[in-house]
Design a protein around this ligand. Structure first.
Ligand code: F6P
Ligand code: MG
Length: 469
């Protein structure tokens, strides 16, 4: 079921794959080492301390292997069934080196390998080595968080007030706005943006920035998605369930906007249930784990405590503006709204090991029957972010004008798929003729490299209705 088009390789110097492997992975591993080093210093139980030191050694060895382009070694068993898949594929790829194989596989292997050091310990099994980074970046988001929470409060109260009528045009505009907020929430992921300052992060968020960015959406299928959802709502039978699934990407601000989207879909009855799909192990630095979901809710519930503390044990100097009583009340409205949806079973969080496998989604219908059935029953499956897009397209070197539905393989059959993705990697499909060439010229890219697509400045919103045969 893999496409015939070859995938991007970590050895390809024209691709972001190579830059990632050479420059970014060693930094990410170093940050992980710093975290566990600090956490070990704070630990008291002797066995925990010695295990912590062992993990530091293992991660240092991993960094050495990456930087010296060693062969990827089979993953040791940690009791989870995905290890066998990883190792089978490693063999099928002919035991590649770090700079000599498919970017997608090798990058997933990297995070699975980091996770093993923890899962094989007794005291660090549930330690999220990226947790402190996630928290401290979310703290910098307070202005945008309160702005959006305030808008949400107004939307909900307008919707429920007597005698207020919104026109279909207004409803469609609001839908577009919420979806685009959710899209651009993906621009602030940690694996790329750790070097940004507090001011930079704030500039990326907020209404102004969104308006400016609309022209940067290179393909936008939102009108079609809206029509589909409206029809489903109109034709729905009373008591019938209409579920929307969101395959989550990053924690912090992005998860926050995903929850705003989920709440909006439920409040407008565009869905009766929303299922959120997080990861099961620390993944691509900032991806959502179930714990991040609950942490976010508790930050909304206790904003004073969360937003005015500096990160525990962290040396970063995130400025913390005092939080006002009005902001507290806005955030607690959002907390009450979302936690009611959650406790009444409309907002569900459902992990699956498939999301941290190295499989592209071309294989999903063939290797995971349960997930296939679940997602085919959904009225819409929203895939957030860059990595999900790479997996949907198998991270293959498609010509950029390939129609989206042709690039997602069997995910175009029987699944309604919507990708909300800011571009942070080479693969891109569904562009109009000439767009790639124009952007290459404008950004001064010479030769093969598609650097315009690496930095999260451009985005695509692409839909496949599931009817490809
Ligand atoms: O391209 C850089 C990168 O780390 C990719 O490896 C990955 O696809 C992406 O960024 C992560 O971004 P996102 O959080 O949007 O999936
Ligand atoms: Mg991510």
């Amino acid at each position: 079921y893999d496409p015939k088009i070859p995938p991007y390789l970590s050895s390809d110097k024209n691709s972001f794959a190579y830059i990632s492997a050479r420059d970014r992975w060693p930094i990410i591993i170093t940050q992980a080492i710093d975290d566990i080093f600090q956490a070990t210093r704070n630990a008291e139980v002797p066995e925990k301390i010695s295990e912590g030191k062992k993990i530091v050694e293992q991660l240092a060895k991993l960094k050495y292997e990456v930087q010296h382009d060693r062969v990827l070694t089979p993953l040791p068993e940690d009791g989870e069934p995905d290890i066998a898949d990883y190792n089978r594929e490693l063999e099928a790829l002919g035991n590649p080196k770090w700079f000599g194989g498919p970017w997608l596989y090798i990058e997933c292997y990297l995070y699975r390998r980091i996770a093993i050091s923890f899962s094989l310990s007794n005291h660090w099994k549930s330690h999220d080595v990226f947790h402190r980074q996630k928290i401290s970046t979310f703290r910098s988001s307070l202005p945008a968080v309160t702005e959006l929470a305030h808008q949400y409060e107004q939307i909900v109260s307008t919707m429920h007030s007597e005698g207020v009528h919104t026109t279909p045009e207004q409803e469609k505009l609001l839908f577009t706005e919420v979806m685009e907020i959710c899209l651009w929430g993906n621009a602030t992921d940690l694996s790329l943006l750790t070097s940004l300052s507090y001011d930079d992060i704030q500039k990326l968020q907020g209404a102004e920035a969104r308006k400016r960015a609309e022209k940067n959406i290179l393909a936008n299928d939102l009108p079609e998605v809206y029509d589909v959802l409206i029809k489903l709502r109109e034709n729905g039978q009373p008591g019938e369930e209409r579920t929307i699934d969101i395959i989550l990407d990053n924690s912090g601000f992005e998860l926050f906007v995903d929850l705003i989207l989920a709440g909006y879909l439920l409040e407008t009855n565009l869905a009766t249930n929303v299922i959120l799909h997080p990861k099961s192990i620390p993944w691509f630095v900032s991806d959502v784990l179930p714990r991040d979901f609950f942490d976010l809710l508790s930050a909304l519930q206790n904003p004073q405590r969360f937003f005015s503390e500096s990160s525990e044990g962290s040396s970063d100097a995130t400025p913390t503006a005092p939080i006002t009583a009005e902001q507290v009340s806005t955030l607690s409205h959002l907390f009450n709204n979302l936690s009611t949806h959650h406790s009444e079973g409309r907002l569900i969080i459902r992990p699956n090991l498939f999301w941290t496998s190295a499989h592209s989604y071309h294989r999903l219908p063939h290797v995971n029957e349960e997930l296939k059935a679940d997602l085919q029953a959904s009225q819409l499956v929203i895939f957030k972010g860059d990595l999900n897009y790479r997996k949907l397209t198998a991270d293959a070197m498609w010509p950029p004008t390939t129609p989206f539905r042709d690039a997602i393989g069997d995910m175009a059959k029987g699944f309604r798929v919507l990708a909300l993705r800011t571009c942070k990697a080479d693969v891109v499909v569904g562009l109009a003729e000439g767009v790639d060439e124009r952007l290459k010229k404008e950004t001064g890219d010479t030769g093969e490299a598609r650097k315009w697509a690496w930095g999260g400045k451009w985005a695509v919103v692409q839909f496949s209705d599931g009817k490809n045969q």
